[in-house]
Design a binder for this molecule. Structure first.
Ligand code: S3P
Ligand code: PEP
Length: 426
């Protein structure tokens, strides 16, 4: 796909639903009693993989004409042994959260995924689930798919998170719904908390005190009506485009503004960005609001530690933004980037170098000297949706056309991206 330089972006946009919340909405609705209705669900490949897995375990999930989803919950103990393998496709969130639920079932299930999933580590989930009593076998001591998980009677655990990961935390929380005793999870650095928020809405016995999470068994969860806010990770491409292109002004409606996800706004604020949050409210336990973003001259900043989990998926687009900032931006403590859909440190550094940026690769991040006029060139998406979209935004501020290979991989999280970008481009 070819992207041309543009002058600015302008307009009002409604974006697709949050990916993390959409996955959780399907999972919790499936294991609840009664019907659930999910509005603004993200119809993208990753979330469709989650739907597919739960349908294979006997859950009646209907995608309505207006793209909402209706789920007939089967209850905590009502999932059926799947016919054949559960294929999670490209989705790390699907496999890791699903393993937590499967750990509590009284049947065996086989999990597979695509070639990217086959390289992503699962020991981080296998280890705590085994401690709870699940039997898990798979490649390299069940670090990689294919993985077979045989659930059973689980017990609660006391778990200090060795890494900041919402997928690991959520997997343990979901398994704890089936455990005979209390689980306590301690997070050194807080990761996204959508599972905790949504479980409370569904009637689970879950309490969060500072960085500690306590989960106790309940007999049942109750189906809900869920509204999925626009995904701040998808919004970030437009937030950064507006911030970099002189004369831009974009209004993004109903964006999820959960503080565990708004690292991009903290970064933009420190860089001297120009944005406002309007119509802030709480819906289904999640903070949402409209974001009005305008162009501004930006300065470089340092990004590390506590901020990283709040913007982990936004680092590729933040690196692009940093090339337009005055001074040296340092991104560190981000080695988790190496185990995403691609090694995102390498994918970003290689592609930004190709565009002529002054960038140095670090073991756990990167250093970027700006500002720099980027050069249009050939970009390797590494089949990674976030890389493809980040570099399509880099292309907007480049000197000439940029060609991005395998751009279709954006269907993983944001199929409407190109259409929306085209509508607001001038
Ligand atoms: O829980 C989630 O929905 C997610 C957690 C993050 O992964 P980690 O838990 O591996 O940090 C993030 O990168 C991913 O896109 C979605
Ligand atoms: C890392 C991502 O997703 P997942 O881990 O669910 O594959 C992402 O969407 O950037």
């Amino acid at each position: 796909m070819i992207f041309n330089p543009i002058s600015h972006i302008k307009g009002e946009i409604n974006l697709v639903g949050d990916k993390s919340i959409s996955h959780r909405a399907i999972m919790l609705s499936s294991i609840s009693n009664g019907n659930s209705y999910i509005e603004n669900f993200l119809m993208a490949k990753d979330c469709l993989s989650t739907i597919d897995c739960f349908r294979k375990m006997g859950v009646d999930i209907n995608i309505n004409k207006d793209k909402s989803v209706s789920v007939k919950g089967v209850g905590l103990r009502g999932l059926k042994r799947p016919h054949g393998q559960l294929d999670v496709g490209n989705s790390g969130t699907t496999i890791r959260l699903l393993m937590g639920i499967l750990a509590g079932q009284n049947f065996e299930a086989n999990l597979i995924g695509d070639s990217s999933i086959a390289q992503r580590p699962m020991k981080r989930v296998t280890d705590p689930l085994r401690k709870m009593g699940a039997k898990i076998i798979g490649k390299d001591d069940a670090n990689f798919v294919p993985i077979t998980i045989h659930g059973g009677q689980l017990k609660g655990i006391d778990y200090i998170m060795p890494i900041a990961s919402a997928q690991v935390k959520s997997s343990i929380i979901l398994a704890s719904l089936y455990a005979s005793s209390q689980t306590r999870i301690v997070e050194k650095v807080k990761s996204r908390n959508h599972t905790e928020i949504m479980l409370k809405e569904f009637g689970a016995n879950i309490n969060v005190i500072d960085n500690e999470i306590y989960i106790n068994q309940v007999e049942k969860l109750y189906g809900q009506n869920i509204y999925v806010p626009a995904d701040i990770s998808s919004a970030s491409f437009f937030i950064c485009a507006a911030s970099m292109l002189k004369g831009s002004e974009i209004l993004i409606k109903n964006v999820g503004l959960n503080p565990t996800r708004t690292g991009i706004l903290e970064v933009l604020s420190q860089m001297g960005g120009n944005f406002e949050v309007l119509n802030k409210k709480v819906v289904c336990g999640e903070i949402i609001g409209d974001l009005l973003v305008r162009y501004s001259k930006l300065k470089a900043i340092q990004i590390g530690k506590e901020l990283i989990p709040k913007l982990i998926d936004e680092i590729p687009i933040i690196a692009v933004l940093a090339t337009q900032c005055e001074g040296t931006t340092v991104i560190k403590d981000a080695s988790e980037l190496k185990v995403k859909e691609s090694n995102r440190i390498k994918s970003v550094v290689l592609n930004l170098k190709a565009m002529g940026a002054d960038i140095e690769e670090l073991e756990d991040g990167m250093i970027i000297n700006g500002p720099c006029k980027l050069k249009g060139t050939k970009i390797d998406s590494f089949n990674d949706h976030r890389i493809a979209m980040a570099f399509s935004i880099a292309a907007l501020v480049a000197d000439k056309d940029t060609c991005i290979d395998n751009f279709d991989c954006i269907d993983i999280s944001f199929p409407e991206f190109t259409d929306i970008l085209r509508k607001v481009s001038y």
